[in-house]
Design a protein around this ligand. Structure first.
Ligand code: SAM
Length: 229
C-alpha cells in the first residue's frame, strides 16, 4: 500500500551553504595550524606589533566581563576568547561550525568553565536574550551571511548585554577583492557603518581601527527587536 503523498522525493534538508573559508575550517589540519597563525595574524593585518596579550588587554579593558557572566564565543576556532573569558571567571559556550576546531580547542583549553558546542550561529536554537555577552573574533569575515550572523548574535543577547567584535574591515585593496571571490574564500570585509546598521537596538560603545583590523563593543539597549530569519 502506498504511504501518504509527499511533496518531494528527497526529504533531507539541503546542506547549509558554506563559504570556502568555512569549509576549510572543517579540516583537522587547518585546526592544528590555526593557533600558530592566530598568534601572528593581527600584527600582520594591523601593520604594527599586536600580539594576543595586547588583544586580551584591549578586550578586558573595554568589556570588563563579570565573574559568573554567561558568554557566547561565536566561532571560537581554537578558543582564544573562550579561554580569556573562562580565566576571568565567566561561564562560556564556545560555539563553532567545525568539530575539528572544537576538538583542538578543547584539547588546548580544558577549562571547566567552557562548554564546546557545534552549531551555526546564523541559525541556532539558542534561547533569545540569554547571554550577558558575545565575542566574535573574525567570524564575521568568514560566515556565509554576515547580516544573518549578526541578527543571530543580537537575538541571543540580553538587554544591557554586550557584543565584542574583532574583524577585518573593508579597505578596498586588491587582496580583499580576490579573497571575497566565492572560489577563493568567499570572505566578507564589512564596512563599520554597515555592521552598525545590522545591529538595530544596539549602540556602538567603543570602536578602534588599527590598520585593517577593527575592534568594536556594542551594547544592547532594547529587547525583542531581533529575530533570526
Ligand atoms: C576566523 S576564525 C575565528 C577565530 C576565533 N574567534 C579567534 O578569535 O581566534 C572563524 C571560525 O568561525 C567558525 N565559523 C564560521 N562561520 C560560523 C558560523 N556561522 N557559526 C559558527 N561558527 C562559524 C569557523 O569554523 C572558524 O573556526
Amino acid at each position: 500500500m502506498d504511504g501518504p503523498a509527499q511533496r518531494k522525493e528527497n526529504l533531507n534538508l539541503p546542506a547549509p551553504a558554506m563559504t570556502v573559508a568555512q569549509r576549510s575550517n572543517l579540516s583537522p589540519m587547518t585546526a592544528r595550524a590555526y593557533t600558530a597563525w592566530r598568534r601572528r595574524s593581527l600584527s600582520l593585518l594591523a601593520g604594527q606589533p599586536f600580539d594576543l596579550a595586547r588583544e586580551e588587554r584591549l578586550f578586558l579593558t573595554q568589556c570588563a566581563p563579570q565573574r559568573g557572566g554567561w558568554w557566547l564565543d561565536a566561532g571560537t576556532s581554537t578558543g582564544f576568547y573562550a579561554e580569556v573569558l573562562a580565566r576571568a571567571g565567566c561561564r562560556v559556550l564556545a560555539a563553532d561550525l567545525s568539530p575539528a576546531m572544537l576538538a583542538e580547542a578543547a584539547r588546548q583549553h580544558p577549562h571547566p568553565g567552557i562548554d564546546w558546542a557545534a552549531l551555526n550561529v546564523e541559525d541556532s536554537a539558542l534561547p533569545d536574550a540569554s547571554f550577558d555577552g558575545v565575542t566574535v573574533g573574525a567570524t564575521l569575515n568568514e560566515t556565509h551571511d554576515p547580516a544573518r550572523f549578526l541578527r543571530g548574535v543580537a537575538r541571543v543577547l540580553r538587554p544591557g548585554g554586550q557584543v565584542w567584535l574583532m574583524y577585518l574591515r573593508r579597505t578596498g585593496g586588491p587582496v580583499q577583492g580576490v579573497l571575497a571571490h566565492p572560489a577563493a574564500g568567499g570572505l566578507t570585509f564589512p564596512d563599520p557603518a554597515w555592521v552598525a546598521r545590522q545591529l538595530p537596538g544596539l549602540h556602538l560603545a567603543h570602536g578602534l581601527t588599527v590598520g585593517a583590523v577593527r575592534f568594536e563593543r556594542h551594547v544592547k539597549t532594547t529587547a525583542g527587536r531581533h529575530t533570526a530569519s
